[in-house]
Design a protein around this ligand. Sequence first.
Ligand SMILES: C[S@@+](CC[C@H](N)C(=O)[O-])C[C@H]1O[C@@H](n2cnc3c(N)ncnc32)[C@H](O)[C@@H]1O
Length: 273
Amino acid sequence: MIERTITINSLKHSTMTEAQFKEGVKYSEDNFRNDDAPHLKIDKQLIREMFDLSGKRILDFGCGMGGMSVWYATNWDCEVYALDIDAHHITIAQHLKEKHQVKNITFSKRNVLNTPLEEDERFDYIFLNDVAEHIQFPILKAIFEQLRSGLAENGKIFVTYPPWRSPYASHVTHAVKIPWCQYLPKKMLHNLIEKNNLQIVGEEESDLLSAYYGLSHLTHKKLIKIVKECKLKPVYRKSHCVLNKLPGLQNTNINFFPFNFLVTKEFLLLERG
Ligand SMILES: C[S@@+](CC[C@H](N)C(=O)[O-])C[C@H]1O[C@@H](n2cnc3c(N)ncnc32)[C@H](O)[C@@H]1O
């Protein structure tokens, strides 16, 4: 494949293949424009129902290629600061901002553990959308400690993630075509992913195998332990389950055994404890 260097305004050089760049732009544009994109549909509905982001300062932590950051910025008159550790993702996010001329966003490649949030970086809402399950627990704890100090008065943190029991939690189901494949014997799963391996856009995680091994096997119980240690208080939980499609069960949290294996996404709202 042809390697090319893509330089976007103030960003440093970021090298990825042209195909990866195009794939990333298409993906992030879809996340921003399509309210029915399957993995974001419930997230967007809930965010609209629960929050009015007008006039607020938003931190999109682990913004990836920026689709949701642009969605916040274009649906509300708010100020969005979006950061990620992955240079490829931020390059694409910055491209999306420039292409759609979105003024109220700043994207930054930043690791808050090396460059902590400053005194004047305070946010009304901090979103971690499909991020927490990619971060190992000791690091996640250090991040939540920082995010807590980055909250403005009455600030809130909204965390969404597929819990480890979910049919798609492995992040490789689309390639290996086996839901709950995370429960296969380790060696068998490794071989299966390797056989169906795909390159992905990230610089930090550049194929499905590395993405799989980067997962923290996050569950509600483990997350609650971490956030409580960081003096954060859970004030709302929604467990989105396949069974919520049944009449009368739309708003029920069906997160108990054995139905918790059908929960595809968890949503957790946190405040200072
Ligand atoms: C699955 S993507 C989700 C991206 C985006 N939030 C979305 O909804 O499209 C997970 C993102 O978390 C980022 N990430 C992982 N560890 C991080 C860290 N320590 N600090 C910031 N971002 C991180 C990854 O680089 C990746 O872009």
